[in-house]
Ligand binder design. Sequence first.
Ligand code: SF4
Length: 346
Amino acid sequence: MINKINIKNLTFADIINYFCDKGYPKYRAEQLFQWVYKDIEDFDQIKNMPKNMIEMLNNDFYIDRAVIERKQKSQYDGTAKYLLKFNDGNAVEAVLMHYEHGRSICISTQVGCRMNCTFCASTIGGLVRNLTCGEMLEEVMVVERDETAKISNIVLMGSGEPFDNYDEVIKFIRIINDSKGMNIGTRHITISTCGVVPKIYDFIKEKLQCTLAISLHSAEDQRRSEIMPVNKKYSISEVIVACKQYTEETKRRVTFEYALIKDINDAKEDAHKLGNLLKSMRCHVNLIPVNSVEGKTYLKSERNTINDFKETLERYGIETTIRRELGSDIDAACGQLRQKYIEQIN
Ligand code: SF4
């Protein structure tokens, strides 16, 4: 495969350029793009192109496919956690969840992560490498293949900080949104960041209608810096200003993710601080009962504490939900399945 390019790393515009440079008409690009996202395994399966063109494609490109290394399926709600291996041996996690409105997949954007959030298993070995947009697409495609079903919602909230792999993530969103390919609307795509402020401004300029989710986890700078080192660089107030601009420009409300950790950020006072911080914003708060992670000492908040926290926020007029605990019988915390795999192969 030396010098060959994974076709899934090309946008539709890239494919048009490729065919135009070779002197072929534009409709050939459309044909190829459609076949790739019909999930062909190799170019010989293309039925409406001449032999010499297929040969040309075989010489210049390959179709990357991930391998399902492990799969855990919840017996309670069908949530499935996949460990997907790419051709260089690196593996990432993707989680398929079933909701009333369809299937949703949470994908990874990097192998590992360098953001060092203290409650997260994905960051334990640091950042290994960025995923290409083709590999992110393949996370979705391999799960659709396995389930023989379409996925309707994408959440970029697995391992990695999406804005730390900005260009590939944007390319991924544009390809998966393309009506000639997988055609997933940007309103069905959520991108979650720990708060890389300059990239939030870049993202505003993309003029996409995605849901922006911020992993906040504390309304107080000192506490947030302790659990999320990124906060030392970009303070809460800087994140909030950027989010307000996102809402203003896109007319989309921002989601704030708040993982409730027992005795760390779940006190009544914390809820009031969060309420005061967000009360003037068009936003939504998603409370996440934190999953315990091996090697980390954090504990899940009590159910009563979680309910009280929600009620306090609602008194500030903030729409608040408690994330359903899907897949409670599998290694649900982000990064745990990969971590176990690494320990076993080493
Ligand atoms: S929570 Fe997200 S940004 Fe933080 S270390 Fe984990 S994967 Fe990285």
